[in-house]
Design a protein around this ligand. Structure first.
Ligand code: FAD
Length: 457
């Protein structure tokens, strides 16, 4: 019976998080800080991230601090700021009036600069950031080699039983799916026959590499290598930014991939140096030099191409049902053109932790609006997750749409901007400001209002 949960401080919500990526780990730290019992189930044998860059805007960093100061400290310990307060967008394709096609003419025409000031990105090596964060997770919170299969809800006991592929089970009051783009939790939550349970191919591939800063400076010059630079052009684009305290440069190059992605189960496939070179064959020497860094000397680098999948075609109609929900890429996988997918996942984690904190108080008959009547556990948890869905879905699904749209701006294919630098800058700025200048206090206040609304509904 639920009476047992009304006791003073003995009650702790039991939250099962599926997936130990950036969002699952951040959510775990935020929930632990709010005195919940957390179990994190990760299919891999350890925490692992890929060797690539990830950047976080100031608002994502504020959310980190509010979730748990340990998260922000972890990011700050390994992150790198742009040297300039501006992000630079150059014409990587056309020859300017003073330029030649000589391979050593690495100049590109400056199109526009986006002022980021102190609101812009801090970039880090993904694995370094995850390594720093997990130092703060107690050992008994994590279980590795647990590949989640399904959950069932027991109404009588008001709890979920999670089943894993190794046949083991676990129980919890709340299930949070942070299991990434191919989320199994999303399939269970929305139904296996629902197209929104699966991501779809954005007909684009990315080639990525981290290269040593020495090599980057030798190829591009100091200024470009140490600062974020977007090389725009027709049908493709290429971005570089510094990471790892300016000891490395992150490169990500996007090229079209017409037709379907042929590898059913995998989103990453081997690529050849020629594929990269062909994608940027007619481009300025500077872009070809960066493509050269991607493939490595004598084509020595092992190259992969990453299929860009997202939830653009079939957005999830809800992120929560009962006491189960999805967050991060599991809820709203996006193409990476705003560099904000993980940041949005951090915002999700903050909204979720806040809403579940309200639920925990309500179950115990506490709360800052004077003593509330203790509520049944499932009612409070359902209201909290409905509030989470209400404050997160619109913004995150906008990101998925806007990311596809802004990619067209980078590739001179946005009909509203074409190649007009002024119009392109306005378009990019408008979208960036929506991401950067997010009213976090407003979101948390809304979560509280929505929670009260769903609780009384
Ligand atoms: P994931 O990192 O995918 O983690 C999911 C975890 O769940 C994994 O550890 C997986 O092993 C585990 N898992 C999966 N299924 C199961 C299961 N059944 N049982 C148990 N465990 C399971 N975002 C930014 O904010 N800034 C950037 O600069 C940026 N750049 C990007 C560049 C590129 C090229 C790409 C592709 C993305 C970029 N993103 C960026 C987006 C960002 O990478 C993602 O939004 C973020 O990594 C998602 O984190 P996550 O924790 O939700 O999912």
């Amino acid at each position: 019976s639920w009476e047992g949960y009304c006791g003073p401080s003995s009650f702790q919500l039991r939250v099962a998080i599926v997936g130990g990526g950036i969002v699952g780990v951040a959510a775990a730290l935020g929930l632990l800080r709010r005195n919940m019992t957390v179990r994190l189930y990760e299919q891999a044998g350890n925490f692992r991230e890929i060797g690539a860059g990830v950047a976080f805007t100031t608002n994502a960093q504020t959310c980190m601090a509010l979730l748990s100061p340990d998260i922000l400290a972890a990011m700050k310990a390994v992150s790198t700021k742009n040297e300039s307060p501006y992000y630079t967008y150059v014409d990587g394709y056309r020859r300017g009036p003073d330029q030649t096609d000589d391979d050593d003419d690495l100049s590109e025409t400056l199109l526009y600069r986006l002022h980021a000031g102190t609101t812009g990105f801090d970039a880090c090596h993904r694995a370094h950031f995850l390594d720093e964060m997990v130092k703060h997770i107690p050992d008994d919170v994590v279980q590795f080699r647990k590949r989640f299969d399904t959950y069932v809800y027991d109404e009588e006991r008001e709890e979920y039983t999670l089943r894993f592929e190794d046949g083991s089970t676990a129980t919890a009051d709340v299930v949070v799916g942070c299991d990434g783009i191919k989320s199994r939790v999303r399939q269970i939550l929305l139904g296996k026959d629902n197209p929104a349970s699966y991501p779809s191919f954005a007909h684009q591939v990315a080639f990525r590499a981290l290269v040593s800063m020495d090599r980057a400076v030798a190829a591009l010059g100091r200024d470009k290598a140490h600062n974020q630079c977007m090389h725009t052009g027709p049908e493709a684009h290429l971005l570089n930014f510094p990471v790892a305290q300016h000891t490395m440069m992150n490169i990500v190059a996007f090229a079209p991939h017409p037709g379907e992605w042929p590898h059913r189960e995998r989103m990453v496939a081997p690529a050849t140096a020629d594929e990269v070179r062909d994608a940027f064959a007619g481009w300025r020497p500077a872009v070809r030099a960066i493509a050269g860094l991607l493939v490595g000397e004598d084509d020595a680098r092992t190259l992969d191409k990453w299929a860009i999948f997202d939830t653009y075609e079939h957005p999830a109609p809800t992120y929560a049902k009962g006491g189960a929900c999805i967050a991060g890429d599991a809820a709203h996988a996006t193409s990476p053109h705003h560099g904000a997918g993980a940041g949005m996942g951090i915002e999700d984690a903050l909204a979720l932790a806040t809403a579940l904190g309200l639920a925990a108080e309500t179950i115990q008959g506490k709360g800052d609006e004077g003593p509330r009547k203790a509520k049944k556990k499932s009612v409070a948890v359902t209201a909290a997750l409905a509030a989470y869905d209400a404050v997160r879905r619109e913004r995150t699904q906008w990101l998925v749409r806007s990311s596809r749209e802004v990619s067209r701006t980078y590739e001179w294919a946005n009909p509203d901007c074409g190649t007009d630098p002024e119009k392109c800058l306005r378009d990019i700025e408008k979208r960036a400001h929506k991401i950067w200048h997010f009213d976090i206090d407003g979101m948390l206040a809304d979560a509280k209002v929505e929670f009260a609304h769903f609780l009384s509904a």
